[in-house]
Design a binder for this molecule. Structure first.
Ligand SMILES: [Zn+2]
Length: 54
């Protein structure tokens, strides 16, 4: 399982890792602004969990 958090405006990948973290932590890391489109992030950015078959 991989956790992927993307900007809901432009789809920029803000966080991608096997370690699960709260979306709010990502929000604070980027000071609430998407580094790609400079839009204010939702406090709960779009969270996508991906299952990888191995
Ligand atoms: Zn964005």
């Amino acid at each position: 399982m991989v956790e992927k958090i993307v900007c809901e405006k432009c789809g920029y990948v803000l966080y991608e890792s096997k370690e699960l973290i709260p979306p709010l932590q990502v929000y604070e890391k980027y000071n609430g602004v998407c580094p790609n489109c400079k839009k204010k992030l939702n406090r709960k950015p779009l969270k996508i969990e991906i299952k990888i078959n191995k």
